[in-house]
Ligand binder design. Sequence first.
Ligand code: SF4
Length: 329
Amino acid sequence: MTARAGTGKEAHEPGLKPRLGVSTCLLGENVRYDGADKSDPLLLRAFGNHVEWVPVCPEVECGMTVPRDPMHLADDPDSPLLVTTATGEDQTGRMQTWIRSRLDELAREDLWGFVLKSRSPSCGRSAVPVLNSTGALAGEAAGLFAAAVAGRFPLLPVADERSLHDDSVWDNFIERLFCLKRYRDSMRPKGSRESLIAFHAAHELQLMAHDQDVLREMGELVAQSKELPLDELSARYEELLRTAMELVATPAQNADVLLHALGHLERYLSPGERQDALEVIEEHRGGRASLTVPTKLLGRQIQKYHVEHLAAQSCFTAHPLELKLRSRP
Ligand code: SF4
């Protein structure tokens, strides 16, 4: 479902650009081991100038040269080493030392998410081959930097450039950027039960489209929020929020949630308005209209009839920048 920039103050401000960490080579910088880049024109065009990139090249920033010996992941897939392919030189310690200090810097960057280069032993977020001492495949893992980013910033949406070519993954990534940023903002500088409960109430329909089971768990957690220490409440809520938002909402799930909303709205609508809403919802279910079409129409109807409990729902008040990014060129 679409998301609004509703609970976090910064996310409301028109013109604010999402700050995204990115593997430097994806921006066209010649930092690869062979002196080349991995510019991704489709990706760059889709983000346009709507985001502020924070480039990171783990291999160059940890002191390696361009060009340099190619490397791969080796040994144990659960705890892989970074080694040079030709000589077997272990670069793990050097990389991990740099990672520790760079993650501290990135923690101060207020990033909304990360776009990483796929299949790199440093940046690949999953499925990077891990080889044993004979050069045979021992398994797969995340690159060292990607694994560290996921561990240090569990609420940060992370994707690789390949997966973002898929429309539904792209859509979900943009939605998660805005939703999780809003949540983090709503819990800053010092979160409260009230802000967490308000965030939850405003996102129920959006979460319903992603994962109804997790939404039920979130509801139970929020219901007992007064009995839990805030730290525990917010840690458990964050985990559930991340889990729910990772699941891509299908057009059918979105359509079901919009029909649910229409059920609350229809007593205000004329027969023609109701029919218009039904048609665009079904067009979205059938893949003939993007999600923004029915959500915009219902959003206008909600405003027209002042249906306040729906007007507060994040899915009907998307930030213009989110809408722009979601309908990528
Ligand atoms: S994949 Fe990562 S480490 Fe490799 S060149 Fe690109 S940014 Fe640098």
